[in-house]
Design a protein around this ligand. Structure first.
Ligand code: TEU
Ligand code: CA
Length: 556
């Protein structure tokens, strides 16, 4: 394999607790994933990204790690992991682990020691500060509500947590911390793991002196202010020099609020840091007009803005860095509900349209479990249906404490934007609990599992799954899809997303109608020699039917 195999790969993301329960405790597990490897291999994916599977008190569903070298018993044993890794490699599937090293759990032994006093061995592993005038050291807010600082009386200091109280930020200024993280990476890489998705990795270098954020102070603006700190390149370069460069890995850095220019600093062809980043621009469009509410909104997606964002990243990194390509993950609502149309009449068509639009771009595509089935948002109506710390915390902060929005409105925002939408169990069949578990699952399946499930989908040749399979095959077969340059067309068109890809003597034209209307667009596609893929069974040339997407190969 060349060191650039990440450019030829498609990644399938598994949220282990919601994928497949194999021992009837209602929680997805590693043995359950092993049972489903053939399904993932048949889709055509090359890599599996596992959300965190380490020992954790699960305050943030595993993003609060208490022991980096052992498997959460909820998911099984280290032997189960090694079986999964071996079976995956047998099917030529690589495994990417989720590395959460901006913070640990407050139950990690490092923090349990660090909080005791200011002189112990781990005293400087976290970010501790004295009170300022008896209060928090600055005005930073945490991503899941409240202040980013919590006071510990026994140490007489505050500690920083960009996320929940139970997720204290590690002090990356401390070389011992960096070396400890590098050892964790070596531990998994020496087991044969093929790479890492690095959680909020652009937060690890904090602004010098930890100054206040200027107005408006919301959780989002605190994260924007902290991201991409002055020592980030240095830390990532050291990680690459000391660890990653010694293995044949795939790495993706999750980087909230990064720009294409930032991404080039970390994924540039000569940057020797990361292969690619997860950026958040296209999933952060249409913010709430009331900035205090941050991401919580029920604004419609503006296609011209969406195109401008994706085009900026395609053009910005073309020949300079590498894009990850995603519509959704475990932190985002389901793609077909957010960017497409999940009404029965248009759900399959728009899910396939979204797949074509994204998979024909330059970059490494990520398919989030169930996206290949056209799984939808949960369309939750009551607070009791939410389990995610972020959803529950912000409901109470905005509705009960700050009283800046009423309950009905916040429930609409949650239904549209909550991470819970992506965390309902994988829908395997129309049997009890969608075939995910034989007992009541940790989280209720989406009510529509009787209609939307892998068994139904795999028996329908015209289904979303087989459309993804074709797109992935097309990527594997054609260099123009993998390496072609990107050319935007009609950026101001608010109904159709059209773009070209060029490579050596070939070009392809990608057309996606994002509306439920019939529209006509003539890009000369009738002179294009071959229809490579579409989501309708026939082709009406310049006519684009509701949510019609198709790809033409240009004749010379
Ligand atoms: O998410 C990073 C992050 O910025 C999240 O706060 C995300 O933007 C937000 O939840 C969108 O609603 C990573 C992980 O993907 C997420 O699951 C963790 O909760 C978070 O870091 C803390 O580890
Ligand atoms: Ca289980």
């Amino acid at each position: 394999m060349t060191k650039q195999w990440f450019k030829d790969s498609v990644v399938y993301q598994i949220y282990p607790m919601s994928f497949q329960d194999s021992n009837n405790d209602g929680i997805g597990d590693l043995a359950g994933i092993t049972q489903r490897l053939q399904y993932i291999h048949n889709l055509g994916a090359d890599v599996i990204w596992l959300n965190p599977i380490y020992v954790s008190p699960n305050k943030d569903n595993g993003y609060d790690i208490a022991d980096y070298r052992n498997i959460n018993p909820n998911y099984g044993t280290m032997q189960d992991f090694e079986d999964l890794l071996q079976q995956a490699h047998r099917l030529d599937l690589k495994i990417m682990m989720d590395l959460v090293v901006n913070h640990t759990s407050d139950q990690h032994v490092w923090f349990k020691e660090s909080r005791k006093n200011q002189t112990n061995e781990y005293a400087n592993y976290y970010i501790w500060r004295d009170p300022v005038d008896g209060h928090e050291p600055n005005n930073w807010l945490a991503a899941f509500g409240g202040s980013a600082w919590t006071y510990v009386p026994e140490r007489k200091q505050y500690y920083l947590h960009m996320f929940a109280e139970g997720q204290p930020d590690l002090n990356w200024e401390n070389l011992e911390v960096r070396e400890a993280v590098f050892d964790i990476e070596r531990f998994w890489l020496d087991k044969g793991v093929d790479g890492f998705r690095m959680d909020v990795i652009n937060l690890i270098s904090k602004p010098e002196g930890l100054p206040d954020v200027t107005e408006p102070v919301t959780a989002g603006t605190t994260m924007d202010f902290v991201a991409d700190g002055h020592r980030l390149n240095e830390f990532l370069r050291q990680m690459n020099d000391e660890v990653l460069s010694k293995y044949d890995t795939i790495t993706v850095g999750e980087m909230p609020s990064s720009t294409p220019e930032d991404a080039i600093k970390y994924t540039g062809l000569d940057s020797h840091e990361l292969n690619m980043v997860f950026q958040f621009e296209h999933v952060s469009l249409s913010p709430n007009p009331d900035v205090r509410l941050g991401k919580w909104n029920d604004e419609p997606i503006n296609l011209v803005e969406l195109k401008a964002s994706l085009n900026r990243w395609q053009i910005g990194l073309d020949g300079k860095g590498w894009n990850s390509l995603y519509w959704n993950n475990h932190d985002q609502p389901r793609a077909v509900s957010r960017f497409g149309n999940d009404q029965p009449e248009f759900r399959v068509l728009s899910a396939k349209m979204l797949a074509t639009t994204l998979h024909m771009m330059q970059g490494t595509p990520y398919v989030y479990q169930g996206e290949e089935l056209g799984m939808t948002n949960g369309h939750f109506e009551s607070l009791e249906q939410y389990e995610d710390i972020e959803s529950v915390n912000f409901y109470h902060e905005f509705v009960d404490e700050q009283k800046i929005v009423d309950s009905a409105t916040m429930l609409k925002y949650l239904a549209n934007m909550s991470r819970d939408n992506a965390r309902t169990p994988m829908q395997w069949n129309n049997q009890q609990n969608a075939g995910f578990s034989n007992v009541t699952p940790w989280y209720a399946p989406n009510k529509n599992y009787t209609a939307i499930n892998a068994e139904n989908v795999l028996s329908d040749n015209d289904s979303v799954y087989y459309h993804y399979q074709k797109l992935i095959q097309l990527r594997h077969d054609s260099e123009i899809v993998r390496y072609g340059t990107f050319e935007a067309i009609d950026s101001e068109d608010n109904q159709v997303y059209a773009y070209l890809r060029h490579y050596k003597e070939q070009s392809v034209l990608v057309l996606s109608n994002f509306t439920d209307k019939v529209v006509t667009r003539d890009y000369g596609q009738t002179k294009f020699s071959e229809l490579l893929i579409n989501n309708y069974l026939d082709d009406q040339g310049t006519i684009l039917r509701p949510y019609e997407s198709k790809v033409y190969l240009l004749t010379k």
